[in-house]
Design a protein around this ligand. Structure first.
Ligand code: ZN
Length: 252
């Protein structure tokens, strides 16, 4: 029987039982499991991982464990540049395109409101989410740890927060996305990019007050919904400000 020693860092500890958090612990094994299989059998989904060091050397998921190995596992550090150290994935996480699990509809709509590309449908099955993530190179957002353990998913975030208004700052903070926020650029209903539209073409569809006070409009090319930047105290603007400015940190 061989033994390897594991230490998980930062928020990856959330997936471990209390006795294994933030300490080194030993795991016995026979044959030679891959480091990926071993990590997932310990309960940590692989898309949450950015860097694995074995005896101080960076390895990929296929590395086969050997007796006495010391394994350190680090989470996705979006705000730190560790690219020289790693090669776990084919494409970078910097391109924030998402596919959102079926029970996180509000999160998808809020992220679209901030301009992020989110594929979402409330009838998605796990297999749909996994296939779209793979084919379109999208990052999976889910609260289902088992979904993230599917092999073809390479990028994903396990969302900790339960409330949608807290989930948005969680995603923005963990992926360092605040600089990419671009409100009123995407349809919150169908994810399409909005296009400018002349007021004369849509005037007949506006409420009298909107017609009187606003001059610049955008339209969704798919569902034809009309958008305009409301006054600063408008409801949408207020929500955008709240979502964008709320701070978030991993619970201690
Ligand atoms: Zn639309």
């Amino acid at each position: 029987m061989a033994t390897a020693h594991f230490r998980f860092y930062e928020e990856l500890n959330d997936f471990l039982p209390p006795a294994r958090r933030k300490v080194e612990f030993s795991v016995h094994f026979s044959r030679c499991p891959s480091v990926k299989d071993m990590i997932e059998s310990l309960g940590v989904p692989h898309p949450e991982i950015e860097l694995i060091l074995v005896n101080g050397q960076s390895v990929d998921f296929s590395y086969q464990l050997r007796d006495t190995d010391r394994v350190s596992i680090y989470p996705v550090f979006e705000s730190l540049d560790i690219t020289p150290l790693i090669r776990l994935r084919e494409w970078p996480l910097r391109n924030p395109r998402f596919v959102v699990d079926c029970n996180l509809g509000r999160l998808a709509r809020y992220l679209r409101l901030l301009g992020f590309d989110c594929v979402y449908r409330n009838d998605f099955q796990d297999a749909d989410v996994a296939r779209i993530a793979d084919q379109q190179q999208r990052i999976v957002l889910t609260r289902d740890r088992r979904l993230l353990q599917r092999k073809i998913i390479t990028h994903g975030l396990f969302i900790r927060e339960v409330l949608p208004r807290r989930q948005v700052p969680e995603v923005l903070t963990r992926m360092d996305l605040r600089r990419l926020v671009s409100p009123f650029s995407r349809c919150t209903h169908c994810n399409a990019l909005l296009e400018p539209v002349d007021k004369v073409d849509i005037e007949h569809r506006l409420e009298p007050k909107t017609r009187r006070y606003f001059s610049e409009f955008l339209q969704c090319p798919d569902c034809r919904r009309i958008y305009w930047k409301g006054s600063h105290h408008g409801r949408a603007q207020h929500l955008i400000d709240e979502l964008q400015s709320a701070e978030w940190a991993f619970p201690e």
